[in-house]
Design a protein around this ligand. Structure first.
Ligand SMILES: [Fe+2]
Length: 274
């Protein structure tokens, strides 16, 4: 299996390339505007892979996505939750949908809370067996924290309901084996998380079960109260970025103004894994 992580350290964003090197196809998850669509195409080409899926774990509100641009470049629709309504071609996915190619199986979990359209991806490498290997948690579960509940709909009346959704969504991750690796869309001081988000970009379900302060809150009311009490100001420009990422606004996002990053080795980690 091919596994690569491309990061934007400025905003603490992670994106992922999953591939089967024998079958020759790849999936890109949460492509970053700061990295640029071309970098994903080149990363896949270098590994001998063709990008067949461009997936967003949700409509991002803190940074510009490269998903649409990348999808156009490789001539596929963007795979998104059926709850997201974009102005460009999409493949809507629902809970339990499975995308399978070669030895890779990706099962979609709907994990609303951070946004109504949040999904997570449970990844299996059948060369190793049928157990989940990795879960890409988007902005649902972070290392040490969970995603804030107020970026999908800023209406305050809906934030409490979203926090309750988040409670149920993040507890679902605890049904995975402890050895399952947790790879979120953010780390560090990303505005999408709360106060407890670690600078470590990945962990395991077992680590989160043991140390994540929000997962220690096993009663819905306590979890919701804590989420609302710890809310930070929303990211500047959040609603405009959402509209940019839905294709409704073409104006460049703030972060797109930065020059394309020459990807340092530590920004682009991974390769063939046996
Ligand atoms: Fe987010």
């Amino acid at each position: 299996m091919f596994w690569q992580v491309l990061r934007d350290p400025t905003l603490g964003c992670s994106s992922y390339v999953l591939g089967d090197d024998l079958e020759g196809s790849a999936m890109v998850v949460d492509a970053l505007g700061a990295v640029g669509a071309e970098a994903y195409v080149l990363a896949a080409q270098e590994a001998g892979l063709a990008i067949r899926w461009v997936v967003e774990t949700h409509v991002h509100a803190d940074h510009a996505s490269a998903a649409h641009e990348l999808a156009v470049a490789v001539n596929v629709p963007v795979t998104l939750s059926h709850r997201a309504v974009a102005s460009f071609p999409t493949t809507p996915v629902r809970d339990g949908d499975v995308i399978r190619w070669g030895s890779v199986g990706v099962t979609v979990w709907e994990t609303p809370g951070h946004t109504p359209d949040s999904i997570s991806l449970v990844v299996r490498d059948t060369v190793r067996g049928d157990d989940p290997w990795v879960v890409l948690t988007g902005d649902s579960l972070f290392v040490g924290d969970v995603g804030r509940p107020d970026l999908g709909d800023a209406a305050s009346a809906k934030i409490r309901a979203a926090a309750l959704d988040q409670f149920h969504s993040v507890r679902r991750f605890l049904t995975l084996p402890d050895f399952t690796e947790v790879h979120p869309a953010h780390y560090g001081s990303s505005p999408c998380g709360g106060l407890f988000m670690s600078k470590k970009p990945s962990s395991t379900v077992g680590y989160e079960r043991r140390f994540n302060r929000m997962l220690m809150l096993d009663e819905p009311e306590g979890f919701v109260d804590q989420q609302l009490a710890l809310l930070k100001p929303p990211p500047a420009d959040a609603e405009r970025l959402r509209q940019v990422n839905l294709g409704a606004v073409v104006a460049p996002a703030v972060h797109e103004a930065a020059p394309a990053l020459p990807l340092a080795p530590w920004l682009q980690q991974g390769g063939l894994i046996r």
